[in-house]
Design a protein around this ligand. Structure first.
Ligand SMILES: [Zn+2]
Length: 271
């Protein structure tokens, strides 16, 4: 996961009027899905904000019919204490849209790794008593799911460098719980995704080792500087927002900085 600044979303000409008309129809009792072309019209603009990657897991979304996820479900909510028909009044609200791959968005079972996940109609809250059922403000609801549009949430997810499996980045019990629930609901532990994440981690760790050795070598041999810069550029690319799993790679690099206190790692993270 990586922070997405959704305020940068570009709305096509006339879109706001279409959304307003659709919302009025929904509030009269019509089905949001009859107006799905309205949110689908924003698919490419949402993808633009994340360099075509899923906002939850950061894998490139090649093809998906269902790429616009409603963070607060527009249909029923399975986590609510009472029957919830969905946050229908937010069905056309751009701040409720997340660009998502099929694995994160749709419920499925993966026999290879024996995992189950996918967001579908899930939306647990930290305090169920705050749940809003009728059109109105949701500002008092605290979602349990980590939100890529929240400036701090993505930092709560980490990765195990040995196998590419996701983990909580924090030891704080509340933050840890939110990370673990998100891992399950977004299906971030999906085995094929872990393998891809692990491949990136292996490349990153190899580059970190090479950079460490070159950094030491530079102290007595200035000609090693070029080679060091070449590796540093690769590391920078791996943690750049347009690379797959860039949030996970930043997590690994942050961990290396903390154990070794290398100033050059700090510089890369700040670049
Ligand atoms: Zn995804």
């Amino acid at each position: 996961m990586r922070y997405i600044d959704s305020t940068l979303l570009r709305l096509p000409d006339g879109w706001t009027d279409r959304a307003k008309t659709a919302k009025e129809a929904i509030l009269r009792g019509e089905d949001p899905n009859d107006y799905s072309d309205v949110w689908r019209a924003l698919k490419n603009n949402l993808a633009e904000l994340s360099h075509d990657k899923c906002w939850y897991c950061e894998i490139p979304v090649i093809r998906s019919d269902n790429a616009v996820d409603h963070f607060r479900p527009k249909g029923r909510v399975s986590d609510s204490a009472n029957k919830h028909d969905g946050y229908r009044w937010l069905a056309f609200e751009p701040s409720n849209f997340r660009y998502a791959c099929t694995f994160c968005n749709s419920r499925r079972k993966d026999p290879e790794g024996n995992t189950v996940g996918g967001k579908a109609d899930r939306f647990p809250l930290e305090n169920e008593a705050d749940r809003v059922y009728q059109p109105g403000s949701v500002k008092n609801e605290i979602p349990t799911l980590l939100d890529p549009c929240d400036i701090g949430d993505w930092l709560l997810l980490g990765v195990q460098k040995e196998n590419g499996k996701p983990c909580a980045a924090s030891n704080d019990p509340e933050q840890k719980k939110r990370a673990n629930v998100s891992i399950e609901i977004y299906h971030l532990q999906h085995e094929p995704t872990c393998k891809l994440r692990h491949l990136e981690a292996v490349k990153l760790l190899s580059d970190i080792e090479e950079a460490k050795e070159l950094f030491i070598a530079i102290q007595s041999d200035a000609t090693k500087k070029t080679a060091f810069k070449r590796v540093a550029a690769r590391l920078l690319k791996a943690i750049h927002a347009n690379s797959a799993f860039s949030g996970d790679m930043r997590f690994i690099l942050r961990g290396e900085r903390e154990t070794n206190h290398y100033s050059w790692i700090q510089t890369l993270l700040e670049t």
